[in-house]
Structure formats: structure tokens, C-alpha cells
Design a protein around this ligand. Structure first.
Ligand code: GLP
Length: 244
């Protein structure tokens, strides 16, 4: 779906999510959301905060699982995804602190495998993700599933691509301070989400969007796996869609 700009697009997706939350509330069910970081979903989170403050949308039945976190990373560090999510969304709505989940960047290396299996098991215990929000990396990554990630990959510790580290290096005040690894939800759990929404804005994403949407399904471009999802939508502004 192509929108005139990211603001109207983000508002449309916020309304879809608000509807889903309210339907689940009426059914007395939790609403299980997979959330992303990066600049692309910021407009969505701002609109969800507005819907909470101005239209009474409650997040009391919402359980969230974030896609990824740098490793190692302290939760209160300026670049942590814990901090990002609190600043963008969690601190401004009535979600219960025990209901949001973000991969733990403070584990020791030998704790990670078990932790990742537990993260997936927790999602499964809720019956899977009702909706997964995604951005897309310049190399086609989703979460931190870099080029080469398999369609059945699990939640795991990954090495970040050079291109990903360069994109993040401004935030870390230089490449040498930028983490080399991260924990990411695997492609399999993303593909198992009942609905997937991927955001991309701007001319800079137009080439990778063409590859992901119109190119071959290939693990070189993990976002291309979404062609095989039965309820995935790419939400684009005019610029990001300009090469389609
Ligand atoms: C990081 C995140 C991804 C995100 C990507 C794109 O790599 N781990 O989940 O999709 O950045 O970021 P942006 O939305 O800022 O372009």
C-alpha cells in the first residue's frame, strides 16, 4: 500500500492496531504484538500514544515482544532498544511493565541459547503473534536477520553486517563503538505471525523495497520471505515505492 507520506500511513496502521486491541478486549483476550525499533515505526508509536491520551485506547490487554536488541547492551544505555521503546511508547501508555518483552542484552554468552528458546516459548504460550511490525534494513534485513538468514531461523545471537553497523554508527558516535552482535527474533517466528506490516519510507529504501517485493524470494534479502506470508503488507510512502 502506497501512501502520500509516512504520517498518513502511520495513522492508518495505528487505527488497524487500535481496532485489533479493541476486538481482543471485547473478547477478553490479550492482544499479542511484535514490535520493531528504528526510525520507521516512530510515527506509529506517536499515533498510538495519541489514541491512548485523546481517545482512551487502553493497552492493559496488550502483550508485546520486541524483535531485537544489541548485544551486549545495558537496558538504561542511551542506545538500548529498551530505552527506545520506553521513550517512544511504553512510558506514555497504560501497558503493564510485566507485559512487554525485549531481548535481554545483559546475559552472559552461555545463557543466550536457553534465553532465546524461552523467548520463543513465551510467544507460543500466548498462541503466537497477532501482528508483527517490521522495518527493513538497507540490505533487506528484518529484525536483525541479516542477509543469509534462513526462512526457518530461530531467535539467536547474530553478527551484524558491516552495512548495518555503519547505519547505526552515528548513534554510537563511531563505528568502533557500534556493537558487533545482537539478539534477534528468528525469521520463523516472524513468518508465523498472523499478520505482518512492514514500513519503509524514503528514496533510500526504494531499491531494497523493489528487491523485497518484486525480486526472487531469497535469503540474500530476508524481507523477500514475506512474499510467502499470506497476510503481509508493505506500507510505503511514494519515495520508497518509486522503483516498483
Ligand atoms: C535496525 C533494526 C531493524 C530496523 C532497521 C531499519 O537495524 N534492528 O529492526 O528495521 O534498523 O531502521 P530504520 O527504520 O531506522 O530505517
Amino acid at each position: 500500500k502506497i501512501f502520500n507520506n509516512s504520517t498518513v500511513a502511520s495513522k492508518a496502521v495505528a487505527l488497524e492496531i487500535a481496532d485489533l486491541i479493541r476486538v481482543k478486549q471485547a473478547q477478553k483476550q490479550p492482544c499479542i504484538l511484535g514490535l520493531a525499533t528504528g526510525s520507521s515505526p516512530k510515527g506509529l508509536y506517536a499515533e498510538l500514544v495519541r489514541l491512548h491520551k485523546e481517545e482512551g485506547l487502553s493497552f492493559k490487554n496488550v502483550i508485546t515482544f520486541n524483535l531485537d536488541e544489541y548485544y551486549p547492551m545495558e537496558p538504561d544505555s542511551i542506545n538500548s532498544y529498551v530505552r527506545f521503546m520506553k521513550e517512544q511508547l511504553f512510558n506514555h501508555v497504560d501497558i503493564l511493565p510485566e507485559n512487554y518483552n525485549i531481548p535481554d542484552g545483559t546475559l552472559s554468552k552461555d545463557e543466550i541459547a536457553e534465553y532465546c528458546a524461552g523467548y520463543e516459548a513465551k510467544i507460543e504460550a500466548y498462541g503466537g503473534l497477532d501482528l508483527q511490525i517490521l522495518g527493513i534494513g538497507g540490505n533487506g534485513h528484518i529484525g536483525f536477520n541479516e542477509s543469509g538468514s534462513l526462512q526457518n531461523s530461530k531467535t539467536r545471537l547474530v553478527a551484524l553486517d558491516h552495512i548495518t553497523r555503519v547505519a547505526a554508527s552515528n548513534d554510537f558516535l563511531g563505528l568502533s563503538n557500534t556493537p558487533r552482535t545482537a539478539i534477534t527474533l528468528g525469521v520463523k517466528k516472524i513468518m508465523e505471525a498472523k499478520r505482518v506490516i512492514l514500513f519503509a519510507w524514503g528514496e533510500g529504501k526504494s531499491n531494497i523495497i523493489r528487491e523485497a517485493v518484486e525480486g526472487q524470494v531469497t535469503n540474500r534479502v530476508p524481507a523477500s520471505f514475506l512474499q510467502e506470508h499470506n497476510n503481509a503488507t508493505f506500507i510505503l510512502d511514494k519515495e520508497a515505492s518509486s522503483k516498483l
